[in-house]
Design a protein around this ligand. Structure first.
Ligand code: SAH
Length: 375
């Protein structure tokens, strides 16, 4: 169920300083104009914040002393606070972030050779209740605002030391080269904030991560898929996970609203989809549930004609989970059928399992205060 925008509480006290992170160019223009400054100052501010990663107005050397002081009186440039960092033996890092209202979300960095991916959250918790996903067991849910989404990326860049400097203006082979909206939450149930955040992230004068390096994953909010393509143009990943509506109704309950046929029709029409720009279908491998040869053949039949690849995700367990992971042999046999039909079918290596950072394992303690409050 989407959360109405009223349920999003901005994590800023009404009379406290306002965070500039999350503001786009237009909002920064409004901010400088309100301080009786010229509009072009907003471009300078944008670059300092998003291209250089500066957090102190005093470092903004091309702004007058007067403007720096005025900005510091009303504004801050603030990342989410880190409450814990967990490091996996495989190099994956998970940051637990505490938001302004003490809720927590998680954000995961997965290093690869010559690149690296940041898995970003869009909501505190998730309303979807997919049966195999740990996040779905968390009760408290709210949308993240643009500042909280962009903030995850900026914080990762801080920690990876990847802000350009005068000495190192261009960074090749970044450790944060790609973004996947695959953390906690359903990004298309928070479309406006996710879109605002990604537009800031993609802006060439700022963080400048190209839409080709950003993937948004959805469980299938069909009415918003087209806008994701036209307004953002990012890569689309779709959590399919089952090839029959009866099973998908059970394990990905949003299917009851938007069944497989409608979902695949929207994928077929995804703006810009072609062989060089494929849709990724994600398919979690649940032992004896959705992993037979017949399932693989039906999958191939369903996606026929859609430029796509199928990412097989071995189920990642969590305490009390009602499923098991398919065997390696079963996953390979499934993958082989899909590949033989002409679709790349990589098997996703679980990353950060030892720190509960793998797909579907993210869950924060944000429900605790509420539970205590009820006692
Ligand atoms: N709500 C979006 C974004 C989450 S992406 C979506 O559903 O696509 C996280 C991916 O991990 C999704 O494909 C999700 O279905 C998958 N996933 C969830 N729980 C999992 C688990 N326990 N093991 C493996 N993959 C899981």
């Amino acid at each position: 169920m989407p959360i109405s925008s009223e349920q999003f509480t901005a994590p800023v006290a009404a009379d406290g300083p306002v965070n500039l992170i999350g503001m786009d160019r237009a909002e920064l223009v409004a901010a400088v104009v309100a301080l009786d400054e010229q509009k072009f100052r907003a471009d300078q501010l944008f670059q300092w914040i998003y291209s250089r990663g500066v957090t102190d107005f005093e470092d903004m050397t091309n702004l007058s002393k007067g403007l720096r002081t005025k900005l510091a009186e009303k504004y801050v440039i603030e990342r989410p606070e880190i409450s814990r960092v967990l490091a996996s033996a495989d190099g994956t890092h998970k940051w637990l972030l505490r938001l302004g209202d003490a809720n927590e979300v998680e954000c995961v960095h997965i290093p690869e050779s010559e690149r690296g991916t940041l898995c970003v959250s869009s909501q505190v918790g998730c309303t979807l209740n997919c049966r195999f996903c740990h996040t779905g067991t968390q009760r408290l849910v709210r949308n993240l605002g643009p500042a909280e989404i962009v903030g995850q990326i900026m914080l990762a860049r801080d920690h990876l030391g990847e802000w350009p400097t005068a000495e190192r203006p261009t960074i090749y082979e970044r450790e944060l080269s790609n973004i996947v909206m695959m953390g906690m939450g359903e990004p298309l149930y928070n479309f406006e904030n996710v879109a605002a955040a990604l537009k800031i992230v993609m802006d060439d004068a700022g963080i400048a991560i190209s839409r080709r390096r950003i993937t948004l994953s959805t469980a299938g909010v069909v009415p918003l898929i087209e806008r994701c393509g036209t307004e953002l143009g990012v890569n689309l990943a779709v959590s399919l996970h089952a090839v029959r509506n009866d099973l998908r109704d059970e394990i990905v309950p949003i299917n009851r609203k938007y069944p497989i046929e409608e979902l695949l029709a929207s994928c077929r029409e995804y703006p810009g989809v072609r062989n060089s720009r494929r849709i990724t279908f994600e398919y979690v491998m649940l032992r004896d549930v959705n992993d037979s040869d017949a399932d693989a053949r039906e999958l191939v039949r369903l996606i026929k004609g859609i430029p796509s690849k199928v990412n097989l995700i071995p189920f990642n367990p969590w305490p009390g989970a009602p499923y098991d992971r398919s065997t390696d042999a079963r996953i390979e046999a499934f993958a082989e059928i899909v590949r033989t039909a002409g679709y790349p079918s990589p098997v996703r290596t679980p990353c950060g399992e030892d720190i509960m950072a793998a797909c579907g394992q993210l869950k924060s303690d944000s429900e605790r205060p509420r539970r205590f409050a009820n006692n």
